[in-house]
Ligand binder design. Structure first.
Ligand SMILES: Nc1nc2c(ncn2[C@@H]2O[C@H](COP(=O)(O)OP(=O)(O)OP(=O)(O)O)[C@@H](O)[C@H]2O)c(=O)[nH]1
Length: 292
């Protein structure tokens, strides 16, 4: 089967369960919500990896405050995001009647080129008959491409939701590296902090030879584990970065960790690996991998 990849986002009125669902879909791994101004247009909340597909879940910045959104006109930024995703999941809680807010959002997203599906959230809160009735009401609301009841709390039907989202994605090559589950802007900032720290004192020796890739961010309560690779071009440079008995690398880690803790507002465990990517500056494949 052809590989599929694309972007999906969830919309819905306040309290519909969007954030909880997003986090449940990506797993425990990314629960970082940044309240920093984002520099990129898409705020990537997470990537769901499958053998033959990647679902990239994006946040709609304006929808963090849908209360101000509903009564007013939709912000340009939200429109922009909506117009760039492949699938939109309109979230409606199973324990509340379908209402005006849902109708309003359904009409808005119905105008877009994205496929719109309905996600009936919090299915665990109602008995089966009630859920069935809610699904019927949702069906009346809009010609949704699919309707999926889920519970982020019990995990019910989350697999099915991924399947449905995937079915509406375009054929595309893989868009993110294997195993990368991240909030992109933060990951980039963190890589920069590590790179800066690694360059300190050796800038003259290795001015352009260091690149840093954050492979994984795992949030566990008040602790964030950061796994990063520091790439150099030659093993002689590796020795410089690591230093005598690893002292230099230890210092790099301590300095970068302090800054990352400030950025994320949690304790940070920082795992640094120095790797040699031979002549990476001249190798297009390596350059792509390192984000250039
Ligand atoms: N029982 C149950 N509760 C849920 C479920 N999903 C979310 N909730 C609860 O519903 C409330 C709202 O969930 P959120 O994920 O914050 O909803 P949201 O749509 O992101 O809300 P806004 O940020 O206001 O737009 C929270 O108290 C969640 O714990 C679910 O599947 N089952």
């Amino acid at each position: 089967m052809d590989y599929k990849a694309g972007f999906a986002c969830f919309v819905g009125r306040p309290n519909a369960g969007k954030s909880t669902l997003l986090n449940a879909l990506v797993g425990q791994k990314i629960a970082i919500t940044s309240n920093r101004p984002q520099t990129t247009r898409h705020v990537i909340r997470g990537v769901v990896h499958q053998p033959d597909a990647q679902v990239i879940l994006v946040d709609t910045p304006g929808l963090h405050r849908p209360r101000t959104l509903l009564g007013e006109r939709l912000g340009d930024l939200v429109r922009q995001t909506w117009s760039e995703v492949d699938v939109i999941g309109l979230c409606m809680p199973a324990d509340e009647d379908v209402g005006r807010g849902d109708r309003f959002i359904a009409a808005e997203v119905g105008e877009l080129k994205a496929t719109v599906i309905a996600v009936v959230t919090k299915a665990d809160l109602v008995p089966r008959e009630k859920l069935a009735a809610r699904l019927l009401a949702v069906q009346e609301l809009h010609p949704f491409a699919d309707i999926v009841p889920v519970s982020a709390v019990s995990g019910e039907n989350l697999d099915r939701l991924i399947e449905v989202l995937t079915s509406h994605l375009p054929a595309s090559p893989q868009l993110y590296p294997d195993g990368m589950i991240t909030d992109e802007p933060e990951q980039v900032l963190i890589a920069e902090m590590v790179r800066e720290a690694a360059l300190e004192g050796v800038r003259d020796e290795l001015p352009h030879s260091i690149a840093v890739v954050v492979e994984e961010l795992i949030r566990e309560g008040n602790l964030t584990k950061v796994y990063a690779d520091v790439y150099v071009e030659r093993s002689s440079q590796k020795a410089i970065v690591i230093g005598h008995r690893g002292e230099r690398l230890k210092g790099v880690g301590t300095k970068a960790r302090g800054e990352i803790e400030e950025l994320l507002g949690t304790k940070v465990y920082l795992d640094l690996h120095v790797r040699v990517a031979k002549d990476w500056q001249r190798d297009p494949r390596q350059l792509r991998k390192l984000g250039f």
